[in-house]
Design a protein around this ligand. Structure first.
Ligand code: TXA
Ligand code: MG
Length: 321
């Protein structure tokens, strides 16, 4: 089906209470009308996601903000101006029009205006905010192509809108304005450095404290079937055991001649070690390694700056079983 026809059909499905997978620039989302509680309940069921883990509402126009939130602090306005449409989600005190199921009963609602053209058209045409978590089963790797969604959820959604691979490929950065100081709930596609240069220092909650801010930030997430181990050096592979088939995940190219023979597959995230390109390739690379029937995925370190912060967060959480 032509993309314009997909958008029209998808918008009607969403408006009328169906569930459709939608492309965004970060990852594919599992969309539902944010004013339709039944439709959102189905999203939780399809994903097998616990109801305590709230959904992000996607809008195509800032005019929605006045309807959805009580107050927008000046710093939040600055971020909206700088980053929307784009990979930044902000959490603000919600108005009662936002159903509790969307926020899991929390007083804050997470909002984002995606930059993906198809997403913007779909949301605009649907005429309502669209609640959408990533379109994967709870706890597994997020989808960056329509094919990824089809593989996991194809049988249970009303439609998958295919607008090609996601251009950013890692989820949005989430900043909460529910406390005095803005807090980073999840590093993502918008760089923390750029956010801080816009609004000043952002609080970074301790991992152990994150669940109190964002219930979905449980440690274990992004799980591949094969366990993922973070290593600091290729030399550590030999201590994993020579009988184990290893899939190696590396930021830059690897000299194959120095690798032990039990490394059966290699994924290099970016030939030039570019963190933006690496973030974009990360989830698909994790899926490909998993598909090689390796016993373990070994992930080499990535610098903790720019998009590296988001990559390391996903690798850390993928390593928690
Ligand atoms: O890039 C993205 O953000 C993608 C695309 C589809 O927009 N969406 C996404 O949604 O990653 P999801 O549900 O997979 O992750 C959203 C995270 C969860 O950890 C959830 O707990 C947190 O955002 N969250 C959502 N609403 C919240 C709220 N009201 N307060 C605090 N955390 C919230
Ligand atoms: Mg997710």
């Amino acid at each position: 089906m032509e993309l314009t026809d997909q958008i029209e059909k998808g918008a009607a499905i969403l408006r009328e209470g169906g569930v459709a997978a939608i492309p965004t620039e970060t990852v594919y989302g599992l969309g539902a009308n944010a004013f339709n509680e039944k439709a959102m309940a189905r999203v939780f069921e399809i994903k097998r996601r616990p109801f305590f883990d709230p959904l992000i509402l996607h809008i195509s126009d800032v005019k929605w903000l006045d309807n959805l939130v009580i107050d927008i602090p000046v710093s939040a306005k600055k971020l909206i101006e700088k980053f929307w449409p784009g990979p930044l989600t902000i959490v603000l005190p919600k108005k009662s029009i936002v159903p509790d199921i969307a926020t899991s009963g929390l007083p804050g609602v997470a909002l984002r205006m995606p930059s993906n053209e198809t997403a913007l058209k779909l949301i605009g045409l649907a005429g309502v905010p669209i609640a959408a978590p990533s379109a994967n089963l709870f706890g597994s790797v997020s989808p960056t192509t329509a094919q990824h969604v089809e593989e996991q959820l194809g049988g249970s959604v009303d439609m998958i809108i295919d607008a090609g691979p996601c251009s950013i490929g890692i989820e949005s950065t989430i900043i909460s304005f529910m406390n005095e100081q803005p807090a980073l709930l999840r590093p993502g596609g918008a760089e923390l450095e750029e956010i801080e240069s816009t609004i000043g220092k952002v609080m970074i909650p301790e991992r152990t404290d994150l669940m109190n801010h964002s219930p979905g930030r449980s440690e274990q997430h992004y799980a591949t079937s094969a366990p993922l181990l973070q290593i600091n050096d290729i030399k550590e592979i030999s201590s994993i055991g020579i009988d184990k088939r290893i899939g190696l995940l590396s930021l830059g190219p690897i000299d194959k001649s120095i690798l032990p023979s039990n490394v059966k597959a290699i994924e290099c995230l970016s030939k030039n070690g570019d963190l933006r390109e690496a973030a974009c390739n990360l989830f698909a690379a994790m899926r490909r390694l998993d598909a090689c029937w390796v016993d373990m995925i070994a992930a080499l370190p990535v610098p903790n700056s720019g998009l590296g912060l988001a990559i390391n967060d996903r690798l850390y959480r993928a390593s928690k079983k």
